[in-house]
Design a protein around this ligand. Structure first.
Ligand code: UTP
Length: 299
């Protein structure tokens, strides 16, 4: 098994579900409490031991690059005013030079295409993919949980995918894994296939893919074909399915923690409430206020 050093973060989508908020601002810059959604994913990747982040960006996404850059004037002003806490918060968004690479997806042709755009930077290594829309609140970073499982595998190469059980009618929103057999730990299974957005009656299981993957490099070879799948987009799911057919061991793993889909309005609002309640400073005061709001709504 080769060590996972690189993570791809595709951020080139249009974010149409959040218009008009995303007309002039990337959806990844919408904030969950005090930090942009994208920062949650970046912190998770770095806390999991990832050394290089590869952002796949598109038009109108420069705010993301600026966010993870030095802000000299701001930092100098905060330092001059003795605002040490604020300065530390800003400095935490700067990483050693070369930690982040940006590649551009000129047209949003799908998630698979976005990952393929990063192929030269990925090179010939296995790699992680994090969809920043999904943020996970829990004790151990979700990607770290996957890496722990991955590092314990015997296979020379493998795909390992974060999954969660969904209601049957929800399968049409996700990639869904076809289970070969569950492992003894009760939280991992070997998959024999994966389908993108199946109708409930066609879904091979209710084990849905969310935005955390560790992928064998051979997946890129399948993406080279540039074949369109569900919704006319080049799907990562189809390339993973092709690699399963090639014999690459592929596992689904139920991660611990509560996942929020910040790509949807409901998930985004819920994430803000959950992260705010979890915040040691604002959480205690918010709890009765939110409860009062809900009670008012009921009456
Ligand atoms: P979504 O399916 O959420 O699409 O993409 P979207 O365009 O971002 O948002 P909506 O549906 O219009 O509101 C899932 C992930 O894949 C990336 C997105 O940035 C997001 O992280 N993506 C999707 C790309 O990078 N390129 C694409 O061509 C499509």
């Amino acid at each position: 098994m080769r060590r996972i050093r690189k993570a791809v973060l595709p951020v080139a989508g249009l974010g149409t579900r959040f218009l008009p908020a995303t007309k002039a601002m990337p959806k990844e810059m919408l904030t969950v409490v005090d930090r942009p959604v994208i920062q949650h994913a970046v912190q998770e990747a770095l806390a999991s031991g990832i050394e290089q982040l590869i952002f796949v960006t598109g038009r109108g996404k420069t705010a993301i690059e600026d966010h993870f850059d030095h802000a000299f004037e701001l930092e100098a002003t905060l330092a001059a005013r003795g605002k040490t806490d604020a300065l530390q918060t800003v400095e935490a968004t700067n990483f050693p030079p070369g930690t982040i690479a940006y590649v551009r997806q000129q047209e949003p042709l799908g998630l698979g295409h976005a990952v393929w755009c990063a192929r030269h930077v990925i090179g010939d290594e296995p790699f992680a993919v994090l969809l920043p829309d999904d943020i996970i609140l829990g004790d151990q970073p979700c990607l770290a949980q996957l890496l722990e499982v991955y590092n314990g595998l015997d296979a020379p190469g493998a795909n390992l995918i974060g999954v969660e059980g969904v209601e049957p009618e929800m399968t049409r929103k996700f990639g869904v894994l076809d289970i070969d057999h569950w492992h003894e730990d009760g939280v991992s299974f070997t998959a024999k296939g994966i389908v993108e957005k199946p109708e409930p009656e066609d879904a091979p299981s209710n084990m849905a893919v969310f935005g955390r993957y560790i992928l064998d490099n051979s997946v890129l070879k399948h993406l080279d074909r540039q074949e369109s799948g569900a919704g006319g987009e080049i799907q990562l799911t189809d390339a993973i399915d092709a690699s399963i057919r090639d014999g690459v061991e592929t596992l689904g793993h139920l991660c611990e923690g509560r996942r929020f889909d910040c790509g949807s309005k409901e998930g985004f609002v819920l994430a803000n409430v959950a992260y705010a309640l979890n915040d040691g400073v604002i959480g205690p005061g918010l709890k009765p206020a939110i409860k009062a709001l809900v009670d008012d709504e009921r009456s």
